[in-house]
Write a protein that binds this ligand. Sequence first.
Ligand SMILES: Cc1cc2nc3c(=O)[nH]c(=O)nc-3n(C[C@H](O)[C@H](O)[C@H](O)COP(=O)(O)OP(=O)(O)OC[C@H]3O[C@@H](n4cnc5c(N)ncnc54)[C@H](O)[C@@H]3O)c2cc1C
Length: 492
Amino acid sequence: MAPINEYDYDLIVIGGGSGGLACAKEAVANGAKVACLDFVKPTPLGTKWGIGGTCVNVGCIPKKLMHQASLLGESVHEAAAYGWEIPNKEAIKPDWEKLVQSVQNHIKSVNWVTRVDLRDKKVEYINGLGFFKDPHTVVAKLKNNTERTITASKIVIAVGGRPRYPDIPGALEYGITSDDLFSLDRAPGKTLVVGAGYIGLECAGFLKGLGYESTVMVRSIVLRGFDQQMANIVADSMVERGIPFLHKTIPKSVEKTEDGRLLVKYVNTETQEEGSDVYDTVLWAIGRKGLVDDLNLDAAGIQVKADKIAVNEAEQTNVPHIYAIGDIIHGRPELTPVAIHAGRLLARRLFGGSKQIMDYTDVATTVFSPLEYACVGMAEEDAIKKYGEDNIEVFHGFYKPTEFFIPQKSVRYCYVKAVAERSGDQKVLGLHYVGPVAGEVIQGFAAAVKSGLTMKILLNTVGIHPTTAEEFTRLSITKRSGMDPTPASCCS
Ligand SMILES: Cc1cc2nc3c(=O)[nH]c(=O)nc-3n(C[C@H](O)[C@H](O)[C@H](O)COP(=O)(O)OP(=O)(O)OC[C@H]3O[C@@H](n4cnc5c(N)ncnc54)[C@H](O)[C@@H]3O)c2cc1C
């Protein structure tokens, strides 16, 4: 298809991450001529990376690999209980440099495959920082300080976000973020993780699993936006693993000590009590900021909401031919599959005649803490707020994974919960699960929830024994009944 009218391209995508790449490739598949710009500004520490965006380079992928590394450490110890002869298992410890090298090698291979894929699919990749010159014109600031100006009929903004730094002395000089952690050229050592969102908890969790002392500093609540009973289970399990939480605490400053370590001063916001401790690494995980500043959005007349872009249900900004997808849009889940799905559907609507819009409800997600918590649908408190306590039934139960018995692993945090309507066939509004391979378990149930799963169907589903996922089919105890949700037996 020739570009529409006078423009160089049918579509310019600004941002070559999960959403932008998916949108660009799908647009080409639907006949459009597409350019995709991607550029990574280095972190204050100087860390930078290749094409593919947050997920591949500094997000889901390295995070999952480090989570796996931490689980494997546990497995070595469990294996001994199962009869594996492991000489001197106390001496087993991770090699951080080797782990980082392996993780980075994998990322580099994904960067390479991504570039080849773009070439094969005829998406023109421009390694430049994009900004608007006018509503149809984008300038790419290239690496060699030259500029390239291109025009398009339609433009998609998919620039994602980057971690925030607190506005305190020493934050930028001495602190790092998840953008630096997965390629850190030294072992992190004793680490303070500031922030108790999922990224903070995950980093603290795998660092502890890898043998580094880690502490979580929490300003207000743990896992904001998640079911708070489940959030507290996750936090309790981390404390049991030896990860202390400094609640209601904010950092005041970071200074370098004479021996090169980091002195963090902090204050409890309730008691005003001040404290301090010395760490080897301070990791800011206090939230992420949308990358709107470099885009010169005023030149295109695009409205910003907080540091995000406001869009309608069709991902359209206030300027009709300009769209936004992924983490940069306001009020939507910041997850890779969300960005990808929205990007593909948008491309099909723009160039393939499709009318299908993205459904942002019932998106499943997982926290790898390293205890895994996965959920789909509503938190218990949200369901109560929306429907009223009398109209909600909460089914729950603890369970004991068969494979936990021999190594005598703690079963204290193996728990499932279904939040459902109280009347009729009891439509399931939310499912919550903590335990092994939580993401794998909930992914299948997410399809069922999207198809209108009811408690009647769930309890009439025959389980697969002995699995942990089968616990959802045995959820007969309601919170309202006050009955003990601890299992008496496993096989009857
Ligand atoms: C530590 C961590 C763990 C995560 N774990 C998970 C997980 O387990 N599961 C999950 O689903 N999600 C996870 N996420 C979230 C996930 O990474 C994001 O939701 C996803 O990457 C968003 O995709 P995107 O396309 O919107 O933006 P991004 O992937 O961030 O891509 C945006 C790209 O645009 C570039 N860019 C920015 N401005 C410009 C500009 N002006 N010009 C050109 N290029 C520009 C950026 O450098 C970047 O390459 C995690 C995130 C982090 C940080």
